[in-house]
Design a protein around this ligand. Structure first.
Ligand SMILES: Cc1cc2nc3c(=O)[nH]c(=O)nc-3n(C[C@H](O)[C@H](O)[C@H](O)COP(=O)(O)O)c2cc1C
Length: 430
């Protein structure tokens, strides 16, 4: 009996969609695109649509915003209001937003995610990031971000506080007893009076107990400190790994860390990034992959990774690998991908790789792709995969929904119904 897997659609609600053919059908700034994405993902029985976010147009590459603005890179809408619209257009699909613990006040985030969880009947997820962008910090009036590991210390306290706020209403506090004229039992709604090292908040939340009690907590950091944060806080992790061996190392270590921390090693769902390239025949798929590779914009890849690690890579020798001793305050996990796992790749090759948005190459007919997915999950220890793509690429989503998912379902590798009304129920159904 094959192991059933989970699938998510992941990307930023951004302008980078502007030069795709389907941008002639949809305006990326309007709700129709995102509502149709959600409906289609739900018809394909994906677990969730998850939005990436960086609330800044970077100024890393070439030391200015110009390259990013010119090509519509990292030009994003705010994910949270879009999710509310998507929730109104669907009934089952999970809906996740990336939001930063270094930028948003905890009360604001707890209230907004609480609202989203109610609006969607318990389908919200929060991808917790600590941010790697000094530009984002400056947008929010800070001089710079705190140092990498300190950001996770702050985030630990942040999670503690928002959880207290979400639990400031007991699940049975609301009575709505019209005869007695009692909305809620005041004994079951308590201020939190939180006084931490970094945050203070009074509470209670203005939002009653959430359908899921707490949104599904997702985490993507893979640095040693990031992984410790995931072990304490996450329900799900999303990781970029270039090979099955790297996936296996990561999942084995994470599950061992969970067990050592007294958590069930299966209580965190592990997702890896994929972006399969498919064709009706293997030759056609390979041809498509080669075309994608030729057309991939290496400069946008270079500017993306520059922004992620906070170093202008245009200044380095493109024919050499990334120096292993780079001092990075940004995404250390992303750096490690190319200084440890793929340390022989030259910067030029890394740029192409990032330009393709491809971490783990998969190419073939839908049947072959399903074979690879099954084998990768088994050997790499994955519970699921997220399609890493331009989120508004509805043509690619249609291909996944109509060609790949039916094959996976037929083989018992993907669900053909939702287990319950909440994302948490669906995520932990198998
Ligand atoms: C699949 C994936 C998606 C991510 N999405 C975002 C994002 O939307 N916004 C963001 O600021 N960081 C994003 N990150 C960065 C991580 O959340 C994390 O901040 C980064 O990896 C730095 O943490 P680390 O040094 O512990 O790896 C993502 C990382 C991965 C692997």
């Amino acid at each position: 009996m094959p192991k059933m897997l989970h699938f998510a659609w992941f990307g930023a609600p951004g302008a980078h969609y502007w030069n795709l053919p389907s941008s002639r059908l949809y305006d990326w700034k309007r709700g129709e695109l995102y509502m149709d994405i959600a409906r289609l993902a739900e018809r394909a029985f994906l677990d969730m649509v998850l939005f990436a976010d960086i609330p800044a147009i970077p100024a890393t590459y070439g030391n200015s915003n110009d390259h990013y603005v010119k090509h519509g890179l990292e030009v994003h809408l705010d994910p949270a209001p879009i999710l509310a619209m998507m929730g109104g257009a669907t009934r089952h699909i999970g809906l996740g937003a990336t939001l930063s613990t270094s930028l948003y006040p905890p009360f604001l985030l707890a209230r907004m995610m609480g609202t989203l969880d109610h609006l969607t009947g318990g389908r919200s997820a929060w991808n917790v990031v600590t941010s790697a962008s000094p530009t984002a910090a400056q947008n929010y009036g800070q001089d710079d971000l705190p140092e990498h590991d300190t950001r996770y210390d702050i985030a630990d306290e942040y999670l503690d506080l928002v959880r207290k706020l979400w639990n400031s209403w007991a699940p049975d506090a609301v009575l709505e007893d019209q005869e007695r004229n009692v909305f809620a039992d005041p004994a079951k709604v308590r201020p939190v009076h939180f006084e931490g090292k970094y945050f203070r908040s009074r509470g209670p939340l203005t939002v009653p107990s959430l359908p899921q009690r707490e949104p599904v907590i997702i985490m993507a950091g893979t640095s040693p400190r990031g992984q410790r944060f995931a072990v304490t806080n996450a329900d799900m992790v999303i990781a970029h790994k270039n090979s099955v061996a790297d996936m296996k190392t990561y999942s084995t270590k994470l599950r061992a860390q969970l067990a050592a921390a007294g958590r069930d090693p299966r209580s965190v769902k592990i997702f890896f990034s994929i972006k399969p390239v498919m064709g009706d025949t293997e030759a056609m798929a390979k041809e498509r992959w080669a075309l994608n590779h030729d057309q991939a914009d290496a400069e946008s890849g270079l500017s993306y990774i520059s922004a992620m690690i906070g170093i202008d890579l245009a200044k380095l020798d493109q024919d050499k690998p990334l120096p292993p001793d780079l001092k990075v305050q940004g995404m250390i996990g992303k750096l490690l991908q190319y200084t440890e796992a793929k340390k022989d790749m030259t910067l030029r090759e890394i740029a192409k790789n990032e330009g393709m948005h491809e971490t783990f190459p998969i190419c073939g007919t839908p049947e072959q792709v399903a074979d690879i997915i099954e084998q990768t999950a088994e050997e790499g220890g994955a519970d699921g995969f997220h399609f890493r793509t331009k989120v508004g690429d509805i043509a690619y989503l249609t291909e996944i929904a109509t060609k790949l998912m039916p094959v996976l379902r037929k083989r018992g590798l993907a669900r053909d119904s939702y287990a319950g009304p909440t994302l948490r129920e669906n995520l932990f159904a198998f």
